[in-house]
Write a protein that binds this ligand. Structure first.
Ligand SMILES: [Cu+2]
Length: 394
């Protein structure tokens, strides 16, 4: 019996060395070859312009405006006019207007009312030089020279007409994200309409059937154009609030991400190629330039988070929990509402949360991805980027 029990142990102790180690070594060698070959294929071993340890520097542009290190990355055409592959050209701000350094995004866009009651809005897409901080200027693709674009506010049931003009150096179109509307008004370039060429116009016309927090954004070359700022909030107020208006004040937070290189040029922030953003904005401003909201104890504030970029942001509020009252514009029934203090706002998502000011003081709202609350990796006045303050008094 003893022999039978010990036999397997012996064979495992003495059987491994000769054959298995040789085979194991050979497999290890194959794995190493595979890894190195993979690195060459993905370009990580052949990108001279990228310094993964320097963070902010990222891709350094050359004098010619081309981005170094791009020649070795198959599938990526950094300088192409064709928009094939990834188009990471920096924004050309030559001749671009300079917005007032104090200007804020998400300002109300006043409509004119047509005879039949239709609300008419003017939207223009163009390049603008915009300060996200007093000493940091971006070159953005923007609607009406605003980062983020102006807030379109309507009442549920309104007929709207949006006269759009494209002054960008490239074709574009506007998609009305989340709205029920005729397919030909959906704004998807090359699918539901021809893209609007530079200098071109298009009239969008539909009835806003829903209430809630929506947004509009480019639907052409989105990985470039949306990353460069072509988005804005669209708020549809219910004709009659189910009860009384359930909050004392409201604030829309349009979340933006920016990639600024060490030459001060703006490139589209992308998930690929390590082109991660190094600046972040709420309505076009980085903290400490973001707005400070004032409230009194007992105030119920609705925050409308808009995931307008292509990165995720777990938005957190200090000083007590909030209730998620609407998701993607849809009212959450009372019995199904989550009470939380952090909500993950993904690309394209909207969350309306209501928060009650319980204690006096300076309460933070901020993203919980910690480099998203820095300005190029630097914390300023206790935060940065996606940070703002609610100042509550008794
Ligand atoms: Cu974030």
């Amino acid at each position: 019996m003893d022999d039978q029990r010990s036999t397997p142990e012996r064979s495992s102790r003495h059987g491994i060395p000769s054959g298995t180690f040789v085979a194991g070594g050979f497999i290890l060698l194959l794995i190493l070859i595979g890894i190195v070959a993979g690195m060459f294929r993905s370009g990580t071993l052949s990108m001279p312009g990228m310094d993964m340890n320097s963070g902010a520097a990222g891709m350094a542009p050359t004098a010619s405006g081309a981005t170094e290190g791009t020649m070795d990355m198959p599938g990526m055409d950094m300088g192409s006019e064709e928009m094939s592959g990834m188009d990471m050209r920096p924004v050309d701000v030559t001749d671009a207007p300079v917005a007032d350094s104090e200007a804020r995004g998400n300002q109300p866009l006043e409509p004119t009312i047509a005879e039949d009651g239709t609300k008419e809005f003017e939207l223009m897409a163009g390049v603008v030089r915009w300060n996200i901080l007093p000493d940091v200027e971006i070159g953005a693709f923007a609607y009406n020279d605003q980062v983020s674009g102006p807030e379109i506010r309507v009442t549920q049931g309104d007929a709207v007409r949006i006269r759009f003009t494209n002054t960008l150096p490239e074709a574009t179109s506007i998609h009305w994200h989340g709205l029920i509307l005729p397919n030909e008004m959906d704004g998807a370039s090359d699918v539901t309409q021809d893209p609007v060429e530079p200098g071109g116009t298009f009239v969008y016309e539909f009835t806003v059937e829903q209430a809630g927090t929506y947004f509009y954004h480019t639907h052409k070359s989105v990985d470039r154009q949306q990353a460069l700022g072509l988005y804005g909030a669209l708020i549809s107020e219910p004709k009659v609030w189910a009860t009384e208006k359930p909050f004392d004040q409201e604030y829309t937070l349009v979340l933006g991400e920016w990639k600024i290189d060490d030459q001060g040029q703006t490139l589209p922030a992308m998930n690929q190629a390590g082109a991660f953003p190094n600046f972040f904005t709420i309505n076009g401003k980085s903290y400490p330039e973001t707005e400070t909201i004032t409230a009194t104890v007992g105030d119920r504030i609705r925050f409308r988070f808009v995931g307008s970029g292509q990165f995720i942001h777990p938005m957190h509020i200090h000083g007590g929990p909030f209730e998620i009252v609407e998701t993607d514009g849809n009212l959450v029934p009372e019995g199904a509402r989550l009470t939380k203090d952090t909500v993950l706002v993904g690309p394209g998502e909207r969350y309306d949360v209501e928060w009650t000011a319980l204690q006096p003081g300076r309460w933070l709202i901020h993203c919980h991805i910690n480099d998203h609350v820095t300005n190029n990796g630097v914390e300023v006045e206790g935060g940065g980027g996606l940070t703002m303050i609610v100042e509550v008094t008794l």
